[in-house]
Design a protein around this ligand. Structure first.
Ligand SMILES: CC(=O)N[C@H]1[C@@H](OP(=O)(O)OP(=O)(O)OC[C@H]2O[C@@H](n3ccc(=O)[nH]c3=O)[C@H](O)[C@@H]2O)O[C@H](CO)[C@@H](O)[C@@H]1O
Ligand SMILES: C=C(OP(=O)(O)O)C(=O)O
Length: 424
């Protein structure tokens, strides 16, 4: 199992390229199921999750092809698709549930394994099922699978008004894709507003979908009979951007994040500015300058849906707080078990106490390197940030979690001057 060995204490300098967003690339790969015409995506990040999604689509009979250095992928989903997502592939990646909406919309049937629990929370998909049933689908759970079909005599989903009990990102994406090919109008109330949603909507519009209001909490979709192929560029990854911002803030240095989008990270940037980090827009993207964590003030924050502070940035910002001046309160409101990095940070010398949804972080002047275990994707990133500032050697084990969602993180950090290597 691969591990990362980090020798901490080096500031970061230079330029790093931000990759395409995992959470936009995954639904956009699934959107290719909506048409028999070829779809070409650019700026596809090199991630394990993208490879898993490709494997799943290949398994169904989608023809996929990569091309070029810059992350190009073409997909073609013929009418002969086998609309089935097996447990073996779904269990390693929850985003596989994103095939459900497009399969039902185009083929009128789907059999998709229930994803099951996840380290960060139970993450049910009841809202996905409820919304698609409101559009006329019949979905039953059999032997661990969601078995979905249209009622006899129907060939298309029906437009509906869907108001989810909570804001759900992949739920909104499933409904968007399903509604694009449904008969009549669908209105999504309480829709997610994360930048990956408008990016998917823009792609669907290029395919001929009629969508309004994406990027707001109310999205209106007029279904069309067929969609066509398109070419689309995956939006830059705001969470990778935020992770590098926190890494530079903590380790100190001066870095330009090429293609980084400040407008997608306002809640995180506001906290960094209050902490004392300099973050500015430059023609290439974002420039971040920091004197290092010891000069920064810890910041309290609470995770909420976009445009609030993203849960996917909680662990990385906590690593920064762990070595900044003062006490901070970090409240996680989205997932019930997303503090698993805390005990590992404590092994590095952090002073953090968990009380339910809240972690109290007392900044310490230094961390000391140790062997730590990555427990999930963003927890891994938080341990890497901690390793960059810790004295001595930090060994981060189980980095297959990191590889799920970061495009060559250690290579990018090395170009910025970090002493980090992958041990096989
Ligand atoms: C591939 C992808 O885009 N993943 C992101 C997506 O995950 P994902 O789309 O799975 O997260 P959701 O927005 O759906 O989850 C938000 C909350 O709603 C709950 N819920 C959700 C759906 C449902 O049917 N029932 C239910 O109870 C979840 O358990 C969670 O507590 O949004 C999360 C929240 O920003 C991010 O952390 C993930 O990185
Ligand atoms: C939780 C995440 O991803 P996923 O929904 O794919 O598990 C994440 O990107 O931090």
């Amino acid at each position: 199992m691969d591990k990362l060995l980090i020798r901490g204490g080096r500031a970061l300098h230079g330029t790093v390229m931000i990759s395409g967003a995992k959470n936009a690339a995954l639904p956009e790969l699934c959107a290719a199921l909506l048409t028999e015409e070829p779809v070409t995506l650019h700026n596809m990040p090199r991630l394990q999750d993208v490879a898993t999604m490709r494997k799943l689509l290949d398994h169904m009979g989608v023809q996929t092809q990569t091309h070029g250095e810059r992350g190009g992928m073409s997909l073609c989903a013929p009418d002969t698709i086998n609309p089935e997502a097996p447990y073996e592939l779904v269990k390693t990646m929850r985003a596989s549930v994103l095939v459900l909406g497009p399969l039902l919309a185009r083929f009128g049937r789907a059999k998709v394994s229930l994803p099951g629990g996840c380290a960060i929370g139970s993450r049910p998909v009841d809202q996905h099922i409820k919304g698609l049933c409101a559009m006329g689908a019949e979905i039953s759970v059999q032997h661990g699978y969601m078995v979905a079909k249209l009622p006899a005599g129907r060939t298309r989903l029906q437009g509906a008004r869907i108001a989810t009990d909570m804001v759900t990102v992949t739920g909104t994406e499933n409904f968007l894709m399903a509604a694009a090919l449904a008969e009549g109008e669908t209105i999504l109330e309480n829709a997610a507003q994360e930048p990956e949603i408008p990016d998917l909507a823009e792609m669907l519009i290029k395919m001929g979908a009629r969508i309004e209001g994406h990027g707001t909490s109310r999205i209106r979709i007029q279904g069309v009979e067929a969609l066509h192929g398109c070419t689309h560029q995956v939006v830059a990854d705001r969470i990778e951007t935020g992770t590098f911002l926190c890494a530079v803030a903590a380790a100190g240095g001066d870095v330009v994040l090429q293609h980084g989008r400040l407008d997608h990270l306002e809640a995180v940037v506001e906290k960094l500015l209050h902490a004392g980090v300099t973050v500015s827009a430059v023609p290439e993207g974002i420039r971040v300058q920091s004197a290092g964590a010891a000069q920064l003030k810890a910041q309290s924050f609470r995770t909420t849906e976009y445009p609030g502070f993203p849960t996917d940035m909680q662990a990385q910002f906590m690593a920064l707080n762990a070595v900044a001046q003062g006490t901070s309160k970090v409240t996680e409101t989205i997932f019930e078990n997303r503090f698993m990095h805390v005990n590992e940070l404590v092994r590095l010398g952090a002073n953090i106490q968990i009380d339910g949804k809240v972690s109290l972080v007392e900044g310490v002047p230094r961390l000391s390197g140790a062997t730590v275990m990555a427990t999930d994707l963003r927890a891994s990133a938080s341990l890497v940030i901690a390793g960059l500032v810790a004295e001595g050697e930090t060994l981060v084990d189980r980095i297959y979690h990191l590889d799920r969602g970061y495009d060559q993180m250690e290579a990018k950090l090395r170009t910025l001057g970090a002493d980090i290597e992958r041990l096989k």
